[in-house]
Design a protein around this ligand. Structure first.
Ligand code: PHE
Length: 461
């Protein structure tokens, strides 16, 4: 208790988002988890890595490593009620540099936001394209050409990205995070419904069996260490863990919130949205003759084809991309919260200056990704363009490594007693058994598993 109040004194809490009700906490955390990771990344990675085999590994990674790390990040944040760097500094023994996890998280936030904001830019551009009706077609050539034209145009790529950054920045500046939360609470169910509708259409397509078999019938022929690492990286990315986002959100959690139950609900809902996106996309991929391994373009070329099959498809597609933008906004806000709160609390910037500085930095680092399919297309490192490189390094290296260090910190330094106390809401809940299982995973299973997967996946061992 003493420790807690001294942390609060050292690092005065900024004006934080209003996680006032239990449902508000759930909505905000879900708002961070559900994003383009579900609608864009999950389908294309599943498509490129062999379907059901990948899905299975992803599920295991979510349960064995993603979920425990999410639980502990939130617990650490709530105990310290501070930004990731200050929180780890306060909770760790003196002179041990665990705060570096928070610093690495800030770096990851910039890397992820740089390419994520560009994908959101494509989503925004697609809202306009959908309104004009220019992309509604079940002909792969038409939808592929439309997408290539967009990402290959440097000016459009940059302008849309700046539009996204200004949009997100103004939401943060207006301090209406609560507004966005309230909005997401209403709009998220709509996204869910629209996905259900798309699934219904997709399930009526000719080659539905092939699509579902691809998604649900494991074939391990595509499995390799690198694919397993990608699945682990996706599990971290999906749950927004390994970089301090959940730690930051945990610092806004209510004292009486049941952390394990909340995280389990968020994980399940997040998984549902991903599965719905998969069911909406793969039957269409097979029916219309797209390539499942089309990569980042997959959603942008198949979704218009599915909508072309329904009455009012054009307008429903507008609604779909608007909702995708809303989902992405919640995720982006949570990512940006990490550098903003660190710059504010640790470096003494006002919250407004912290937001502006973050946006300016993102204009530069984001341009590297925005131009990676046009002006900078020939610039490659390790065979990857900058967009893919930022994605690879953040998802496959920084997030899993962050997960290892967080698990080791809790399992071996912070210890079982403090962990139990935090997760039982200081004795209010009787969940010792569950907490012990999570602690066991964190102490022994998660770090070793991630380490082996990383060493093998990166070909270091
Ligand atoms: N989970 C978010 C998504 O699926 C992405 C994200 C990653 C958000 C890391 C915050 C931190 O889109």
């Amino acid at each position: 208790m003493n420790k807690k109040s001294s942390v609060a004194r050292q690092a005065p809490a900024p004006k934080r988002v209003g996680f006032t009700s239990g449902f508000g906490v759930l909505a905000a955390t879900l708002g961070s988890a559900v994003g383009l990771g579900n609608i864009w990344k999950f389908p294309y990675l599943t498509g490129a890595n062999g379907g059901a085999g990948f899905l299975l590994v992803y599920l295991l990674a979510t349960l064995l490593v993603g979920l425990p790390v999410m639980i502990v990040e939130i617990a650490l944040g709530r105990e310290a009620r501070a930004n990731p760097i200050s929180a780890l500094q306060a909770l760790a023994p003196r002179r041990q540099p665990w705060w570096l996890i928070g610093a690495a998280g800030m770096l990851a936030a910039f890397l992820i936001l740089s390419f994520y904001s560009e994908v959101v830019a494509w989503v925004f551009a697609y809202v306009l394209k959908a309104m004009r009706g220019s992309i509604l077609s079940s002909d792969p050539h038409v939808t592929e050409a439309a997408f290539s034209a967009l990402i290959g145009d440097p000016l459009q790529s940059l302008l849309w990205q700046w539009g996204v950054l200004v949009f997100i920045g103004s939401i943060l500046l207006m301090g209406v995070t609560r507004g966005i939360e309230a909005l997401s609470k209403k709009l998220m169910p709509l996204l869910f419904l629209l996905l259900l509708l798309l699934c219904a259409v997709s399930l009526s397509l000719d080659r539905v069996v092939d699509g579902l078999a691809f998604l649900f019938k494991p074939d391990f022929s595509k499995m390799s260490a690198a694919v397993v690492l990608t699945a682990v990286g996706l599990a971290f990315f999906k749950l927004s863990v390994g970089m301090g986002t959940m730690l930051t959100y945990g610092s806004y959690f209510r004292d009486d919130q049941n952390i394990p139950v909340t995280t389990f609900c968020v994980m399940s809902a997040d998984l549902c949205v991903s599965m719905l996106a998969g069911i909406a996309i793969f039957p269409a991929v097979f029916t219309f003759g797209f390539a499942p391994a089309a990569g980042p373009a997959l959603v942008f070329i198949t979704i218009p084809a599915v909508f072309s099959r329904i009455p009012m498809g054009q307008w429903l597609m507008v609604v779909f991309f608007v909702l995708a933008a809303v989902a992405a906004t919640g995720a982006m806000l949570s990512m940006m919260e990490v550098p903003v709160v660190i710059l504010h609390e640790r470096f003494g910037l006002s919250r407004t200056s912290a937001i502006l500085l973050t946006i300016v930095l993102l204009v530069f680092s984001g341009a590297a990704c925005a131009l990676s399919n046009s002006t900078l297309a020939s610039f490659k490192l390790f065979g990857l363009n900058l967009f893919d490189l930022f994605d690879f390094v953040s998802s496959n290296i920084i997030l899993p490594a962050g997960g290892i260090f967080i698990a080791v910190f809790v399992g071996w330094v912070w210890g079982r007693d403090k962990f139990r106390l935090a997760l039982s809401n200081h004795g209010q809940l009787h969940n010792e058994k569950l907490v012990d299982v999570v602690f066991f995973l964190l102490r022994y299973v998660s770090p070793l598993l991630i380490l082996i997967v990383m060493l093998k996946g990166l070909n270091l061992f």
